[in-house]
Structures are given as C-alpha cells and as structure tokens.
Design a protein around this ligand. Structure first.
Ligand code: COA
Length: 197
C-alpha cells in the first residue's frame, strides 16, 4: 500500500499580491482583530471570539504547519506582500486519505475584502491540495446564506454540488449548508465570470 501524501509548510508562499505563511505567536492582535468581529463570524460555527478564545485558536494555528494523516490541518496567515498585519486566515484540512479528499476554509479582514485577495489566496490552497496532498477532490462547505463565500468559490470554478436543508443547528437556529467542489482533472479551472453563483 502506498504511503499517504504529507504536506509541510516550511517556507512562505507568495502570490502576485500576498504572502501566505505559518502562524506565529506575535499574530495574536491581528487574529483577534478578525475573529472578534461579529460580521466576520456571522456564518461560521464559532464566535465572535474573546481574546482568550483567540489565544487558544492561535495556539492551534501555530502548531498547524503540516499534514501527516487524515484529519490534520494546515493553517496559514495571509499578509500583503508589501508587509503589514495579517489580513486573512486560510485552512486546508485533509478530510480523507482513502478518498483523497481535502477541504478548504478562508476568512478575511473586512478591510481586505472586495479586492479579490481571498480568491487569490484560496487558489493556492487548492493548488496545494492537488499537487502536494494528491487530492482527488477539494471541497468547501458553507452556510447557504454566505453569498460572498459562494461567489468566491464560483469565481474559482468550483461546482455547487449540494444544498442541504436545515441539516445543522448553529448559533440557535437551523441552517442550510451548501457544498462546492472541484476534481483534480478539472483544475486549474478557468476564471468564472464575476457575478452571482
Ligand atoms: C468569504 C470572504 C473571504 C470573501 O471575501 P471577498 O472579499 O468577497 O472575496 P475576494 O477577496 O475574492 O474579493 C471579491 C470581490 O473583489 C472584487 N475584485 C476586485 N479585484 C478582483 C480581482 N483581481 N479578482 C477577483 N475579484 C476582484 C470582486 O469583483 C468581488 O467584488 P464584489 O464583492 O463586489 O462582488 C469574506 O466575505 C469573509 O472573510 N467572510 C467572513 C468569513 C467567512 O464567512 N468565511 C467563509 C466561511 S465558508
């Protein structure tokens, strides 16, 4: 049996406008500035987070530098190439080795939104999943009301595969979940036109 692929983030990854790197202890203020905002946490399972909760989250992110087995997560902090604070948070989760399935997650500071930066960063996560983790399928799951997240996935060329009606109880209410995905043979997908998914 072949060994499952592994992924170690040892160097920062650069894109046209961004640097994606592993988290450091000094990122607490920047992470707090994102995770404590109600508008950022609106469609997530958690938050808005208090400072101690953010410190706990940061400790997990600092350790999340590699994937050795299914269930492992890589967390990346995003900064502008020109420098400055952390403006985005990325997650790559190795959901299943048997099914070669990875899942992406992303969150950006409101001031960094509306510029295509999240799309630019999420593309790297999908590249990592296919090239380094040898994924067959990459997916993303979101609250069906999260239209900005859906638009991002549509821009990247992911397919809307499922709309699960009231399948989760989140923050005191039943919520619909939407699933997007792309297969290895479909990637890199062409840029979808801007607009509604
Ligand atoms: C989901 C989230 C990351 C999307 O952020 P976003 O800013 O909408 O996405 P992008 O950075 O790709 O920016 C896209 C916007 O920039 C515009 N844009 C400008 N330049 C662009 C470029 N070069 N490429 C692509 N889009 C560009 C697009 O037209 C689009 O504008 P619109 O919102 O008016 O349609 C953000 O809403 C967020 O962090 N939400 C809170 C956390 C969250 O819900 N995460 C997802 C959980 S599933």
């Amino acid at each position: 049996m072949l060994a499952a692929p592994t992924l170690f983030i040892t160097e920062p990854i650069t894109t046209d406008r961004l640097v994606l790197r592993t988290y450091e202890e000094r990122d607490l203020d920047d992470l707090y500035d994102m995770q404590s905002r109600p508008e950022v946490a609106r469609y997530l399972y958690w938050g808005p987070r208090t400072r101690p909760e953010v410190a706990e989250s940061l400790a997990q992110k600092v350790a999340a530098t590699h994937i050795l087995m299914e269930g492992d997560i890589v967390s990346l902090a995003v900064t502008a190439k020109a420098g400055g604070p952390v403006i985005g948070d990325l997650t790559l989760r190795y959901v299943s080795a048997a099914h070669a399935h990875a899942e992406i997650g992303y969150l950006f500071h409101p001031e960094a939104q509306g510029k295509g930066l999240a799309t630019e960063a999420a593309r790297v996560l999908i590249d990592l999943a296919f090239t380094r983790l040898k994924a067959h399928r990459v997916s993303a799951a979101l609250d069906a009301r999260n239209t900005r997240s859906a638009a991002l996935l549509h821009r990247l060329g992911l397919r809307r595969e499922a709309h699960l009606v009231e399948n989760e109880w989140v923050k005191g209410e039943w919520t619909d979940e939407v699933v997007y995905a792309v297969l290895e043979g479909e990637w890199p997908a062409g840029e979808a036109p801007l607009g509604a998914p």
